[in-house]
Write a protein that binds this ligand. Structure first.
Ligand code: BLA
Length: 754
């Protein structure tokens, strides 16, 4: 990359694997299989292989290595997959000097890449017996250390002894990609880097990606001159440069070498530390006084060590938090146990003895369910939790973990004192159910190696902006705001388990609800059948009582006292009322027997028909009805719709003391759904009765007021609306007239779920 006219993001885009050059401590040959024909060679081939690159290209491998060595390589090529750089064979050094050349290979994009490196025979090595006793020593020390940090401080000490690098560090990545030196062994005269933080941009994305592909990266001389490949045209048909992702010799980016030079580094060796296959940290070795080359044999044990350390990291971290993990497991078991027994999981999560905060290091918790917020401990306000929930609803992940919430969700800056840390789990997407845990802000001081906000400097030499890694790594202190203590893996695991269990409980409860509903429907049906039959059968004897009372009045009237007459009148009145009541009951249960015949009808026509009829039956009233002309045609049951409008209009006339009764009938649309209304200038209903009036046989007035009535009209109306999947509500106040609104279609329910 020419570092011209670029910005920091260019580092994340730099294609470091397509550089087309290597470092000079080995030779690279690119071969076409199966004939093993050399198609490209690094231009330093003469230094190691005694043959200039121009003569190598076009030749087959046996011309260079002889038939025997080539056959040995072929055998390895069949046996090994070579997805990553793999050692194939070691052969006597090909030039006039003594020694051995190690050949390793990797396959990429249909090409075979062979890398040649000199053996340690040509460099100074300690004797084998001394080496193995050193290794034994190291293993003993490693196993003697308790806890992750003391283990890692042994590691850096041992890697320094093993490699001779002047500085060996363990660098640990944070979740945001920045990192910190958590262990260091160094020559005493060197300035310490222990405890220093480095911003994420110091190790750009491509470099991180390559760590997953190669277990060790070596840069023996920061001031090396890159060795290009010959010819410089690509051997690939699409003309793209050969991918050197797996090549140990790959030339590194000038951004990296400038960075190291600015830091006063002459040579490096870097090994990734992985935890469960994810990049966790690095072992980073630096040499400051001079270049330093570690030969193949010397590198091998350190590479092995770094792999071994990777395997131990998870265990040691777990060990560090052993007591806490146990506490979390206990808390989880208690909560889940209680929820299994309780009727309502909500009560358990917010109980006084056992609750969401048990065991976990969090100061507050919240549950958001159907827009309702329940809080526990120290939390943002219910309103703020509501805002948070709106933001959470836009996230795709079901588990959200952050220890710097306001950096992800700006509005959370207002309550970062109580909730810089957030662990949130989505229980249900359908009714937006989230459980959240909060951790307060912790003010801390971060020690950066240089100003993290200026990881690069741009200088204007040559009239062009040039990007350079920063030159000053002087201690740069920053008071960090908006951060809580980071969440531990065991805490994240705890809430994930909670999520699964709550989810299971919710599904179980939903199934139970469906079962209960079905049972309820069946018993409702049975009750209805009974009511229908009973009211039908009661009508007969009631008619008898009425008739006999009437006969008594006619035939024996003259023998009765004034009081006797009154009693008979009361009997007649009561039987009449009972008759109306039975009629209403019959009508109410009869709705269930009406044929479910739904067709498209013009609501305007149906309404006009009813209004005509009502005007005729109330000839003495002065009524003005304003029917909105353009009401939509709707799929509905015409009998039900007539019941609805008839009852609503009748009520509008009945409960109205005005000289001119004005009724307005129309339709508006909300969320694409038609809402019909019947509005009057009548006596109105105070809000406390807005639910009550829809219950069957409930009346707000005496039997004789407002023309009496069974009190079933609105219940009937509601039932007819429910049959359409719609709903009815009233907007009214005492003396303010009433508007009854209703829908005739089911309201839209959002699809989705877990
Ligand atoms: C690469 N930067 C790297 C690598 C490390 C670091 C470890 C990978 C080296 C390798 O693959 O061999 C940084 N090393 C560190 C840090 C410590 C350490 C932080 O020991 C802490 C103790 N570098 C910058 C800036 C840019 C940059 C600002 O500082 C870009 C704008 C670039 N770094 C950069 C690039 C690479 C790199 C491009 C990849 C080099 C390559 O593999 O070609």
């Amino acid at each position: 990359m020419t570092i011209t006219n670029v910005d920091l993001s260019s580092c994340d885009r730099e294609q470091v694997h397509l550089v087309g050059a290597i470092q000079p401590h080995g030779v690279l040959l690119v071969l076409a299989e199966p004939e093993l024909r050399i198609v490209q060679a690094s231009t330093n081939s003469a230094d190691f292989l005694d043959v200039p690159c121009e003569r190598l290209v076009g030749q087959c491998l046996d011309g260079l290595l002889g038939e025997e060595n080539t056959a040995a390589i072929r055998t390895q090529l069949v046996k090994k997959e070579l997805a990553n750089a793999t050692h194939l064979i070691s052969v006597p050094f090909l030039s006039s000097q003594n020694g051995v050349v190690h050949i390793s290979g990797n396959r990429i994009n249909g090409l075979l890449l062979l890398e040649f490196e000199l053996s340690a025979g040509t460099v100074e090595m300690i004797p084998a017996h001394a080496y193995s006793s050193r290794l034994q020593d190291m293993i003993q020390q490693l196993y003697g250390s308790a806890g992750l940090l003391s283990f890692l401080s042994v590691v850096v000490e041992q890697v320094r002894i093993l490699t001779g690098f002047e500085r060996v560090m363990i660098y640990r990545f944070d979740r945001d990609g920045s990192g910190m030196v958590i262990a260091e062994a160094k020559e005493t005269n060197l300035e310490a880097y222990l405890g220093l933080h480095y911003p994420a941009s110091d190790i750009p994305e491509p470099a991180r990606r390559l760590f997953a592909l190669s277990p060790l990266r070596h840069l023996p001389d920061v001031d090396y001159v890159p060795v290009p490949l010959f010819p410089d045209q690509s051997p690939l048909s699409d003309g793209s440069p050969v991918d050197l992702s797996h090549s140990f010799l790959r030339s590194v980016s000038v951004m990296y070498t400038s960075y190291l030079r600015n830091m006063g580094v002459k040579a490096t060796l870097v090994m990734p530390l992985l935890k469960s296959d994810k990049l966790w940290g690095l072992i980073s070795c630096m040499h400051h006084s001079e270049p330093k080359y570690l030969a193949y044999e010397q590198r091998f044990p350190v590479e092995l060590l770094s792999r071994m350390i990777s395997l131990r990291i998870g265990d040691l971290e777990n060990l560090d938090h052993y007591a806490y993990r146990t506490q979390l497991i206990q808390a989880y078991c208690q909560l889940i146990g209680e929820m299994g027994r309780a009727k309502n999981y909500h009560d358990v999560l917010f109980g006084s003895k056992i609750n969401l905060l048990n065991g976990i290091n969090a100061d507050g918790a919240a549950l958001l369910e159907n827009g309702k917020v329940t809080l526990l401990g120290i939390t943002p306000t219910a309103y703020q939790v509501g805002l948070l929930a709106e933001w959470l609803a836009q996230q795709k992940d079901a588990v959200l973990v952050t220890h710097c919430l306001s950096y992800n969700f700006q509005a959370a800056g207002e309550f970062s004192a109580v909730a810089s840390g957030l662990l949130a789990i989505r229980i249900s997407r359908v009714n937006l159910t989230w459980v959240m845990w909060f951790r307060p802000e912790v003010l801390s001081e971060t020690h950066w190696a240089g100003d993290p906000k200026k990881p690069v400097i741009i200088d204007d030499e040559d009239q062009e902006s040039r990007l350079q890694p920063r030159t000053s790594f002087a201690l740069w202190k920053e008071t960090v705001r908006g951060y809580s203590e980071p969440w531990l893996d065991c805490e994240i695991e705890h809430v994930r388990k909670m999520r699964q269990s709550l989810h299971d409980i919710l599904i179980e409860q939903t199934c139970q609800l469906i079962r209960l509903n079905t049972e309820l429907e069946l018993s409702n049906q049975a009750l209805n059948n009974f009511v229908y039959a009973a009211s039908h059968d009661l009508k007969e004897p009631l008619r008898g009582i009425h008739n006999y009372a009437e006969l008594l009045r006619l035939e024996e009237g003259e023998h009765l006292s004034g009081q006797g007459h009154q009693r008979i009148e009361t009997i007649l009145c009561l039987t009449e009322r009972m008759h109306h009541f039975l009629e209403a009951l019959l009508e109410y249960s009869h709705l269930d027997y009406i044929e479910q015949d739904f067709q498209i009808y013009s609501i305007t026509l149906l309404v006009e028909e009813i209004v005509d009829m009502l005007k005729k039956t109330n000839p003495n009233e002065s009524i003005t009805v304003d029917i909105q002309p353009a009401m939509p045609d709707i799929l509905c049951n015409s009998t039900f719709v007539k019941v609805i409008f008839q009852n609503l209009i009748m009520n509008a006339i009945k409960y109205n003391a005005e000289a001119v009764k004005t009724i307005k009938i129309g339709c508006y649309t909300t969320n694409g759904m038609p809402v019909f209304f019947v509005q009057d200038n009548g006596i109105g209903i105070s809000s406390e009765f807005h639910e009550y009036i829809f219950q069957p046989f409930k009346r707000l007035h005496g039997h004789k007021e407002y023309g009496g009535g069974s009190g079933v009209g609105l219940a009937l109306t509601q039932k007819a609306i429910t049959q359409h999947g719609g709903r009815i509500w009233i907007e009214s106040g005492e003396g303010k007239g009433s508007t009854f609104c209703f829908t005739l279609t089911p309201e839209h329910v959002e699809e989705g779920g877990e």
